[in-house]
Design a protein around this ligand. Structure first.
Ligand code: OAD
Length: 262
């Protein structure tokens, strides 16, 4: 079936594909929908979203962690196991293959804390919200063995967050929690990519969380063509020139040439 016969509702794959071919720099902003077909739950989808079943403030905030470190840490350990079981889907693979065919021309900016873009071989991924597979210390060490040196983890009990052997500091997941600032360097790189691209592809995000969602507007204001790929409406659809209604694993291979005869 030719590309033109596989148009998603609301936008033309062929037109966007031509615009991709003309773009010197492409920025891709991804959200949880990018990993949905890999089996990782999104946040706000009514049926499968994490936030539909858990109170985000209780589980993804510093207050929630301090109130019950073991509960929050166990929740992240379960999510980590889900990420480790997951595999990059055809959408991740198509993005990474396009980036390899066009070295230096694609910057993926992700809100996701999984590692599926990286495992698909995507170079230079900008992580706005951290890395669920990593820990960081809750506080600086109060009794460092060497001044300025971080804590040393003691053996943690099952399901308990690692604790420093000297100062009882706790380890926490290295993700951005509600009310926390994004990593400055990552956000600066993302904003630069948004300003310098000729096309921004926004994949699988509700556009509910800023400043990440604002990157699409920054790209548009800088003159880029903004393309939103999502099976449903998002809060930033108004910013898009093109709305491609469909899923990441189905549309990205068609759009990027990873899944259709050229
Ligand atoms: P959401 O759960 O808010 O939105 C997921 C989006 O993906 C929705 O718009 C869905 O319609 C869409 N979607 C679902 N399945 C899809 C598929 N197969 N292909 C493409 N799109 C699909 O997740 P995010 O927008 O990523 O913050 O949420 C943004 C941030 O809110 C997250 O990074 C997280 C959360 O609080 C932090 O962790 C700091």
């Amino acid at each position: 079936m030719a590309l033109s016969e596989q148009q998603p509702a609301g936008g033309s794959l062929a037109a966007v594909r031509d615009a991709l071919g003309d773009a010197r720099q492409v920025a891709v902003l991804t959200g949880a929908g990018m990993s949905a077909e890999s089996g990782i739950p999104t946040f706000r989808d009514a049926l499968t979203g994490l936030w539909a079943n858990f109170d985000p403030e209780a589980l993804a905030s510093i207050e929630g962690f301090r109130a019950d470190p073991a509960r929050v840490y166990r929740w992240y350990v379960e999510r980590r196991e889900g990420v480790r079981r997951a595999e990059p889907n055809a959408g991740h693979v198509a993005l990474a293959a396009w980036a390899r065919r066009h070295p230096g021309s694609m910057t993926v900016i992700t809100q996701n804390v999984d590692d599926l873009h990286q495992r698909a071989g995507q170079p230079g991924v900008i992580r706005l919200h951290g890395d669920i597979l990593a820990d960081q210390w809750l506080e600086p060490c109060r009794h460092p063995a060497v001044p300025g040196r971080p804590c040393d983890p003691a053996d943690a009990d099952e399901g308990q967050p690692p604790k420093c052997a000297r100062c009882a500091n706790l380890a926490r997941p290295a993700v951005v929690w509600f009310g926390e600032a994004l990593p400055e360097a990552a956000l600066a790189r993302a904003e630069r990519a948004a300003r310098e691209c000729q096309l921004m592809l926004v994949v699988g995000t509700s556009g509910a969380v800023w400043p990440a969602a604002g990157l699409a507007l920054q790209a548009r204001r800088a003159g880029a063509r903004v393309v939103i790929l999502n099976p449903a409406d998002s809060e930033i659809d108004v910013v898009a020139h093109d709305l491609l209604r469909g899923t990441a694993a189905r549309l990205l291979p068609l759009l990027l040439g990873g899944g259709v005869a050229c």
